[in-house]
Design a binder for this molecule. Structure first.
Ligand code: FRU
Length: 490
């Protein structure tokens, strides 16, 4: 039975998008190969899934303005994780459990699974002022385009004893023949991942706390994602400390499906940048675990807002477990965007060197530093650098402090700030930096994705120089390879 109210609000949203999308297409700051909505505001990726061979990406979406508002689920699909086709909005607030008339409400974050020939979305219905204000609901589709909310929603209408009114972002996966779901929550000052099981995605039984903060990992856990990887499990969390959203972390450990408990072993920061939040993963048909994160953060200055849009997704990253380190590798498909290959043979930096070959701002660049032959202790890169050097984004390697830094104090009109990550030199005495630049973003992968720093930057279009520098001593470089990356939004 089709729900007419839902159909109406979806139509209104899709009409609004059709009317306004032309206005942002050529606006400044639009990215060239990152996912963006056609217009309006986006935050978390939702419902990542491969269905009938195609990747689907849903996202928290407010199509009516460039700031957060009643949440819809935007929708796009792709054959290769790189070229995306925008589809009609999948979910819009329409029911008593996901719609209201005061301030905040909507279809909050969640996930998707394929059940037989159906695509099922599992999301949080949020309504400020409702008791309880957050419940879990589902919607299904047979064509992967139009979704119908289940008429017996909500499927979980009350938070359990271990949770509280903050009870959101269900992530569902299948283990053997059972559906498992973790939901983010908080209680007694601790963020928690609450566990449910089901055989039909409709009737859910509460199993207890799968994992919770050890006291240092945040008092509210948003967007928990618990998944098998090799013979271990990983838990990804976007933590809040009070009202502050902090950097997502990952925990490697083991899931005991008999006792419904995930045992935490090692915990590490997932991305040391400012602009990476609410990531979610999917497992694809090739068995790859792929993660996409929101490339922006709550409560920051977003220069694109004046131009009718805000928010983008970071490049999809394949997660590979090496020991207890979750390496993040840009998906192989991104290589299809490469052109205009440049290779620079070994050379030494003894003072600031302007590398003319690397002035392409929409690019991928890989640099191998030879640390054994380097006697400088502090050196690095200035990218998106203006002619006079006053505007720049600095990547600094500090061998003494064993730190890698991305400094955007002079990066242009966006938010400032300095990101730092621990730096390790590999056994063969090198450090590799792989840098993905887009018009207004930098994603830095250190040593094959062992550490990642993601930041938005908003430099002048003319700031295109790429310089290598040392603060004293010489730096030895084994190799630089670089490509221009193609535009996917044409
Ligand atoms: C994370 C988050 C989620 C929530 C959604 C609302 O960024 O706060 O917890 O479901 O955004 O848009």
């Amino acid at each position: 039975m089709t729900n007419t109210k839902h159909v109406e609000v979806l139509k209104k949203a899709n009409d609004e998008i059709a009317r306004n999308k032309g206005k942002v297409e050529n606006s400044p700051y639009r990215l060239k190969y990152h996912f963006m909505a056609p217009v309006g505001w986006i935050n978390d990726p939702n419902g990542l899934v491969q269905y009938k061979g195609e990747y689907h990406l849903f996202y928290q979406y407010y199509p009516y303005a460039s700031s957060w508002g009643p949440m819809h689920w935007g929708h796009a699909k792709s054959k290769n994780l790189v070229n995306w086709e925008h589809l009609p909005v999948a979910l819009a607030p329409s029911e008593s459990y996901d719609s209201g008339d005061v301030e905040g409400y909507g279809c909050f974050s969640g996930s998707a699974v394929v059940d037989g020939d159906e695509l099922v979305l599992i999301y949080t219905g949020h309504v400020d002022g409702n008791e309880p204000q957050q419940v879990q609901a589902i919607a299904t589709s047979k064509d992967g385009i139009s979704f119908e909310k289940y008429d017996q929603n909500p499927v979980i209408g009350q938070f359990p004893v271990d949770g509280s009114k903050d009870f959101r972002d269900p992530k569902v996966w299948k283990y053997e023949d059972t559906w498992y779901m973790v939901v983010g929550s908080k209680k007694d000052g601790k963020g928690k991942a609450l566990l449910y099981v089901s055989t039909d995605l409709k009737q859910w039984d509460y199993k207890g706390v799968a994992a919770e903060s050890d006291g240092t990992q945040g008092d509210m856990w948003e967007c928990p994602d618990l998944f098998p990887i090799d013979d271990r499990h990983a838990l990804i969390v976007s933590p809040m400390y009070g009202t502050q959203n902090e950097k997502p972390f990952y925990v490697i450990g083991d899931m005991n499906y008999e006792e419904d408990i995930f045992t935490q072993e090692t915990c590490r920061t997932l991305d040391y940048g400012f602009d990476f939040y609410a990531p979610q993963t999917l497992i694809d048909e090739q068995g790859r675990r792929i993660m996409i994160g929101w490339m922006e953060k709550w409560l920051t200055k977003m220069p694109s807002q004046e131009h009718g849009w805000a928010g983008a997704m970071g490049i999809p990253r394949e997660l590979v477990l090496e020991g207890d380190v979750l390496k993040q590798k840009p998906v192989a498909e991104l290589a299809d965007l490469r052109s205009d290959f440049k290779k620079i043979e070994p050379f030494e930096v003894v003072e600031t060197t302007n590398v003319n070959e690397l002035q392409e701002t929409v690019s991928e660049t890989s640099i191998d530093f030879n640390i054994k032959e380097t006697d400088a202790t502090v050196f690095g890169i200035h990218l998106r650098c203006s002619e006079d050097g006053t505007e720049r984004t600095e990547i600094l390697l500090d061998l003494e402090k064993k730190e890698i830094v991305m400094d955007r104090e002079h990066s242009g009109c966006g938010e400032k700030g300095i990101s730092k990550a621990p730096l390790t030199v590999t056994d063969d005495g090198t450090v590799n930096l792989r840098i993905f630049m887009d018009t207004t973003s930098v994603e830095l992968f250190v040593n094959d994705g062992e550490k990642v720093i993601t930041n938005r930057i908003f430099p002048d279009a003319d700031s295109t120089q790429f310089k290598l520098f040392t603060n004293g001593g010489k730096v030895s470089i084994n190799r630089i390879e670089s490509w221009k990356l193609d535009f996917v939004w044409k």
